[in-house]
Design a protein around this ligand. Structure first.
Ligand SMILES: Nc1ncnc2c1ncn2[C@@H]1O[C@H](COP(=O)(O)OP(=O)(O)O)[C@@H](O)[C@H]1O
Ligand SMILES: O=C(CO)[C@@H](O)[C@H](O)COP(=O)(O)O
Length: 578
């Protein structure tokens, strides 16, 4: 390890808080993590990082859990002898949409933290609400209906804010909490997103929201680069607009630079330098696109608790079924995102329903049986040369986001050659078939909804390939899984292959760390891509895990894409979230 400056990236996601430290040349020098269930499950009664109130569809996390986790992850970095004193800058990535409600004492308490006591001991009174609504919350259908109607239509809301109304988007969440807990709302001095909350702890003052993460609220007018007056009015009432504006605060326009020096709590307690500075933090998905120099036509599939599909584009083409966000570092660029609630946890459910192998499942990898079945099942469970019907399923153990369908599982079959004759498979099929079918289903949904963003990549040999991503990068916990990589490659293609980031499970934290490098080392006007592009080395950073486009196989999925869409439409008619 040299002696140059270091940069810390944090990732506060659903199930963990991760930290990663890199050098200016982007080499990783240390990392640590806190697993919420393992480290604090018993104390906070959480499962998979959250608490659930089934009756109202509420999903939320205790803010105190995150305070304790921050102290613990820094302690773990210290125990690994990480030279925290050399850290020059900090940035981070956090689960999107969640909101934290600060009390009137917040600024005083944040500014006066003492290093001989923990964050949780000193900040309990800094919050007007002990919980942060989580992105899996689905308690806000009534508010969503009003948001979609407010500007005339869901299409218009998507045009203005980048997204139609979604249960988890912060505007609908604030609107509901204001109605449900009026005293709490009145006692709130500031509202943070999870990203600005975590940055605030480091700063010792409430930090502004970030220009990319703010697009996950249904409140930010992207074209006019300001809060949307009618949507603030909807959230807080005509009389309440000024108050809500002041709770939300200013939005920081620059994704880089310094928001201020680190709080003395961290210098005294963990040995950070008093010169260490805090850059804006952003959402975990925007940070993921910063984990490597992503080009247009490349796609990232993030296989975390949620499953997301991300691309960057200079063209703003919003639609109610997906999301556009401001790029976290580059004005004029946008992040396209699809987000599925039934991602990692749904795959785990299918995995856990599989019959146990004869040896009782002795492998240390809990995914061995799932992977065996996923790879042994042919695409769409159609044996080559047979007249088998294609199998299509939807596996929504939680109410889904895209499409807006309530919890349930559905199984259909259709003619494999052209998707005709779609019929519900009343008898279902063996559990083993579900292993491949759930990954195919997730990938078919991504392929269906990203069709307008992809084009035919130049294959180099004069051969014109069908429209598809050039490269697909896998990140998140599920990126460790070779069978999932293979099925995603089969369905989504990827002319140049499917790659996994070597820090696959840590990509958002890494994106945060790279953002810190850029934030503090950029030359005048130097973009993130320019700076990171010069320093990033493919070797050691990514590994090819699948060939991606396979002629013949890709087209077989194309044949049933229409049937997949029809299946969703039929189910939507009877099982829409209300
Ligand atoms: N080998 C694997 N195969 C498939 N999924 C995996 C594997 N390892 C971990 N996961 C999944 O990764 C998920 C956690 O991913 P991660 O990106 O760390 O989560 P988050 O950022 O949402 O907290 C878990 O739900 C787990 O099921
Ligand atoms: O809601 C979204 C994006 O809109 C989720 O992607 C959250 O940002 C949580 O991410 P993970 O914890 O699954 O990484």
């Amino acid at each position: 390890m040299g002696d140059g400056p270091l940069y810390l990236g944090l990732d506060l996601s659903t199930q963990q808080l991760k930290a990663i430290v890199v050098q200016s040349d982007l080499q990783v020098v240390s990392d640590a993590k806190v697993d919420f269930d393992q480290d604090f499950g018993a104390k906070y009664g959480i499962k998979k990082g959250v608490l659930i109130n089934e009756e109202e569809g509420e999903v939320f996390a205790p803010v105190a859990l995150w305070l304790e986790s921050l102290d613990l992850v820094l302690q773990r970095l210290q125990e690994k002898n990480t030279p925290l004193g050399r850290i020059r800058g900090i940035s981070g990535s956090c689960q999107q949409h969640g909101s934290v409600y600060w009390s009137r004492q917040a600024e005083t308490l944040l500014g006066g933290l003492k290093s001989d006591r923990s964050l949780v001991e000193q900040l309990t009174e800094a919050f007007s609400h002990p919980y942060a609504p989580n992105w899996q919350d689905h308690s806000t259908q009534a508010e969503c209906d009003q948001f979609d109607a407010k500007l005339g239509s869901a299409e218009r809301l998507a045009e203005v804010t980048g997204s139609a109304a979604h249960h988890r988007f912060t505007g609908t969440q604030i609107m509901r909490l204001r109605r449900k807990l009026p005293d709490m709302y009145a006692a709130t001095s500031r509202i943070s997103l999870v990203s600005s909350f975590l940055a605030s702890l480091f700063l010792g003052a409430v930090a502004p929201m970030d220009i990319s993460d703010v697009c996950g609220m249904n409140l930010w007018d992207i074209a006019s680069n300001s809060w949307s007056e009618p949507l603030l009015e909807l959230t807080a009432g005509k009389e309440g607009v000024a108050e809500l504006r002041s709770k939300l605060g200013e939005v920081r326009q620059d994704g880089g630079g310094s928001m201020g020096r680190i709080s003395s709590y961290f210098t005294a307690k963990y040995g950070f330098s008093p010169d260490c500075e805090v850059a804006p933090f952003t959402g975990d998905n925007p940070a993921t696109i910063l984990a490597l120099p992503l080009r247009p036509l490349d796609a990232i599939v993030s296989l975390g608790t949620s499953t997301t599909f991300l691309m960057i584009t200079p063209v703003y083409k919003p639609d109610p079924s997906y999301h556009f966000f401001n790029h976290p570092t580059t004005p004029g660029q946008y992040m396209f995102m699809l987000c599925y609630k039934n991602g990692g946890l749904a795959r785990e459910k299918v995995r856990d329903a599989l019959p146990k192998p004869a040896d009782g499942g002795s492998s240390a990898d809990p995914w061995t049986t799932f992977n065996k079945h996923a790879l042994a099942t042919p695409p769409l469970d159609v044996r080559p040369g047979s007249s088998d019907r294609a199998k299509l399923g939807l596996y929504f153990y939680l109410p889904e986001i895209v499409p807006n369908i309530r919890a349930g599982t559905w199984r259909y079959t259709c003619n494999a050659a052209d998707g005709s004759d779609l019929q519900e498979a009343a008898q279902g099929w063996p559990a083993e078939t579900d292993a491949r079918a759930i990954v195919e289903s997730q990938a078919l949904s991504m392929r269906l909804r990203s069709q307008k963003l992809v084009a035919s990549p130049d294959s180099g040999g004069g051969r014109r390939l069908p429209a598809q991503p050039r490269r697909i990068y896998l990140v998140g916990g599920g990126s460790l899984n070779p069978a999932i990589a293979r099925v995603l490659g089969d369905v989504l293609g990827g002319a140049d292959g499917v790659y996994k980031l070597d820090v696959g499970g840590n990509a958002c934290a890494l994106g945060g760390a790279y953002k810190a490098v850029w934030a503090f080392e950029r030359a005048d006007g130097e973009t993130f891509d320019e700076l990171i592009g010069k320093r990033w080395r493919e070797e050691g950073a990514i590994r090819k895990v699948d060939d991606g486009y396979r002629e013949g196989v890709f087209e077989r999925y194309g044949n049933v894409l229409g049937a997949f869409e029809e299946m969703e439409e039929r189910i939507l008619k009877v099982a829409r979230n209300t």
